[in-house]
Ligand binder design. Structure first.
Ligand code: URA
Length: 213
């Protein structure tokens, strides 16, 4: 579903919305949170890859020959923003097992809320490839902007950002710096609080995914 933000598509499928509510509940266990993120990510991947190119190839069914569509072009690249992006990556890889994978390590300085890069490794030659960046929470948007800045240096064919939750502040910030990047998310929450958390949100996605708190 297109949202009021022209740079964002909200996947309003009932299964996505149901699973997201389960994830938001504070009593949801780490194991359930992880499984739900994996499941939702497959459904988000479905939307994020909607415009993948197809080519027709001649195949033989048991009955006859036919022209049938297959994915065309170079392999998709999935880039996980560490560490919570790993949770989305798992589900996306289930749907696109042949994807190449990159990792961007960014942490948020708690005082300035600015991203600090500590790791960067992506497949070589991103030209002509569709790149999908994964991070569950589009909060201030600063980490997403930093990751996209870095990836754009390699001139990818196309860029997309997949998250579980976004907020108006993060979407506006992202649109200002990367108006060409479309966001796919399960929901746009109300706001960002003074600590850079999405409200109502689901808390710290990394901690909930890995059970670190
Ligand atoms: N990162 C999180 O994990 N949660 C938020 O609400 C914002 C950023």
């Amino acid at each position: 579903m297109p949202s009021t933000f022209s740079n964002c598509t909200v996947v309003d499928h009932p299964l996505v919305q149901h699973k997201l509510t389960l994830m938001r509940r504070r009593e949801t266990s780490t194991a359930s949170f992880r499984a739900l993120l994996r499941e939702i990510s497959m459904l988000l991947a479905y939307e994020a890859t909607r415009d993948m190119k197809l080519r027709d190839e001649t195949i033989h069914t048991p009955l006859c020959e036919m022209q049938a569509p297959l994915l065309d072009g170079k392999k998709v690249v999935l880039v996980a923003v560490l560490r919570a992006g790993l949770g989305i990556l798992d589900g996306m890889l289930e749907l696109i097992p042949s994807a190449r994978v990159g990792h961007v390590g960014l942490y948020r300085d708690p005082a300035t809320l600015q991203p600090v890069e500590y790791y960067y490794k992506v497949p070589e030659q991103l030209e002509d490839r569709s790149v999908i960046v994964c991070d569950p929470m589009l909060a201030t948007g600063n980490s997403a902007i930093a990751a996209l800045d870095r990836i754009k240096q390699s001139r990818p064919g196309s860029l997309r950002f997949v998250c579980l939750l976004a907020c108006p502040e993060g979407l506006a910030n992202l649109a200002k710096h990367h108006p060409d990047v479309q966001v796919v998310t399960a929901a746009i929450d109300e706001r960002l609080n003074d600590h850079g958390y999405i409200v109502p949100g689901l808390g710290d996605a990394g901690d909930r995914l890995f059970g670190t708190k």
